[in-house]
Design a protein around this ligand. Structure first.
Ligand code: DGL
Length: 268
């Protein structure tokens, strides 16, 4: 593994581009290879076994592209497949998930406070956030709710409008969340509605977005292990397993700049 090898990032689709964007901003010299498994989107409603099978195939692609680190930019895949991928690629690439850096952040900054969590059904049903938090803070107080309508809502462009406000207040108005101090955005699509969520709480609850926390964690890892790239070395690549113009049109919203998606024939 060399310093100039790329960073692999994958997600079920384009939501993980919020993580890629934060990494690109923080570590502009790193070359990124992104893989969005748009053929199998959404992962949030798939079984853990299916997500594991998809994740292993994608990890093979990213390893064959020479990635020094692979970031699972998806909470659903992080909850279902992280341990498996870690063993699978042990000597080939370091695997980073989006859950552990958030758990570290919450244990450090919100210990003793009631914290909320929203995410896909897969992420919430896995109970992984609570298990990991309890391994750090024995009396961790986490209240979680699956919010499956938020991903299609965001992908259909319903944000900062009446529909998004209604859906958000339907979910967050649930009384289980009445005394939370902060809310973990446990899905890589949700940074796009972070400000709407904070507005819902009139700024009284802090929405915790993992994209920046994961980018900082990655920087720390690369620096400590002397694996950071010193010079920009080549163009970023963005692969999808199923290409449609509408996915490409959405990328700007998630990545913040125009990018070109290339179809990668992984499942044919
Ligand atoms: N971005 C995925 C996550 O963080 C959710 C999208 C999906 O369900 O595939 O869980």
């Amino acid at each position: 593994m060399g310093n100039n090898d790329p960073i692999g990032i994958f997600d079920s689709g384009i939501g993980g581009l919020t993580v890629a964007r934060a990494i690109h901003k923080r570590l502009p010299a790193e070359r990124l290879i992104y893989f969005g498994d748009t053929a199998h989107l959404p992962y949030g409603d798939k079984s853990a076994a299916a997500i594991q099978a998809y994740s292993v195939k994608i990890t093979d692609v990213l390893i064959s592209e020479g990635c020094k680190v692979i970031v699972i930019a998806c909470n659903s895949a992080s909850s279902a497949a992280y341990e498996l991928l870690r063993e699978y690629s042990a000597s080939k690439a370091k695997i980073i998930n989006v859950i552990d850096p958030m758990v570290d952040y919450v244990s450090e900054h919100f210990s003793g406070k009631k914290v909320g969590l929203i995410g896909t059904r897969q992420t919430i049903q896995s109970n992984i956030y609570l298990q990991k938090l309890q391994s750090k803070v024995s009396d961790a107080d986490l209240i979680s709710l699956a919010t499956p309508l938020l991903v299609p809502m965001i992908e259909e462009g319903f944000m900062h409008d009446k529909i998004s406000r209604d859906i958000i207040s339907e979910y967050l108005g649930n009384k289980i969340f009445s005394t939370i101090s902060s809310l973990i955005l446990g899905c890589t699509h949700y940074p796009l509605i972070k400000d709407e969520i904070e507005d819902y709480y009139s700024g009284k609850v802090k929405a915790l977005d993992s994209s920046r926390i994961v980018a900082a964690h990655l920087q720390d890892y690369l620096t400590k292990n002397h694996m950071d790239s010193k010079i920009q070395n080549g163009k970023n690549k963005f692969y999808v397993s199923d290409y449609t113009p509408s996915f490409e049109a959405l990328t700007r919203m998630f990545f913040g700049e125009e990018i070109h998606l290339e179809k990668f024939r992984l499942w044919e």
